[in-house]
Design a protein around this ligand. Structure first.
Ligand code: NAI
Ligand code: BGC
Length: 260
């Protein structure tokens, strides 16, 4: 089946992380032009861009902290200069943040998670939509989480940010649909990346995790990247304003497989 993503101009935020790098690789393998956003150290993003170029795909490493509106505007300006705009935004940068019950967590720690995961996604979507609405085409896919639905003790900012991202997605989709632009979210379950290494790298953590996943395995970054490819392509031309769960059944209440 043809995805027809060749030469599409794609920006992946957090493109040097676990899920972001898998998405960047997947789009580059389809012949898309991929801008890899990073914050801080450029090494990984630049190496990825060089690797993509070596196999004939166009690529850029672009710095910006997604909480910084001016930095984001400058990053989109670089895409304008290099490629004349953007076709696909993968709004993926995110942090779990510091764990702490609601009555323990420092307000700066709580707010930082909202700033990166929700405000950051909004700021990038805003720049992308300014361009996509004008060209009457484009797709935004944000990385939400099963925790847009499932409460997670110790992570109230994270769950609130992802639930907020779900409604941000639906509202922007409603606004953008008449202009030919689709806005979606992917909600991964537990995927093997640095964000949750402390869980899956320990036998006890992995054992507990597997009790929560009906399909019986941890997700791999490619499981999420494959869905991003499909959603960004015209195979999903009739899909907008919703979250697609890629979670091995985590949101299917495995506790209810027996009894009830
Ligand atoms: P990761 O820690 O490997 O990647 C996170 C990426 O976000 C890194 O590239 C990091 O540099 C970037 N980032 C963080 N703050 C940033 C900022 N202020 N500006 C720009 N970039 C920033 O973790 P992973 O798993 O790849 O996370 C990616 C997304 O997937 C996050 O939004 C996370 O919430 C979400 N997610 C991950 C799941 C998992 O099980 N791995 C499950 C559900 C959602
Ligand atoms: C979190 C991971 C966690 C997964 C499943 C994700 O949103 O970022 O740390 O393993 O949800 O709970």
């Amino acid at each position: 089946m043809e995805l027809n993503l060749r030469d599409k101009r794609v920006l992946v935020t957090g493109g040097d992380g676990g899920l972001g790098s898998a998405m960047a690789e997947a789009f580059a393998a389809e012949g898309a032009r991929v801008a890899i956003n990073y914050r801080g150290e450029p090494d990984i993003a630049e190496r990825m861009a060089a690797d993509f170029k070596a196999v004939g795909a166009d690529a850029l490493a672009v710095e910006a902290d997604v909480t910084d509106a001016d930095g984001i505007a400058a990053m989109f300006g670089r895409l304008d200069e290099a490629w004349g705009g953007i076709d696909v935004l993968l709004n993926n940068a995110g942090i779990d943040g510091k764990a702490g019950k609601g009555w323990e967590i420092a307000v700066e720690d709580w707010t930082r998670v909202i700033d990166v995961n929700l405000k950051g996604a909004f700021l990038c979507a805003r720049e992308a939509l300014r361009r996509m609405v004008k060209q009457r085409a484009g797709v935004i896919v944000s990385t939400s989480s099963v925790h847009e639905l499932i409460a997670w003790s110790g992570y109230s900012a994270y769950t609130a940010s992802k639930a907020g991202l779900a409604m941000l997605t639906k509202t922007l989709a409603q606004e953008a649909a008449p202009h030919g632009v689709r806005v979606l979210a992917i909600a991964p379950g537990a995927i093997r990346t640095p964000i949750n290494r402390s869980v899956w790298s320990e036998p006890e953590g992995m054992r507990d995790l597997l009790t929560k996943i009906p399909l019986g395995r941890i997700g791999e970054p490619e499981d999420v990247a494959n869905m991003a490819l499909v959603l960004a392509s015209d195979l999903a031309a009739y899909v907008t304003g919703t979250t697609i769960f890629v979670d091995g059944g985590m949101t299917d209440y495995p506790e209810f497989a027996h009894g009830g």
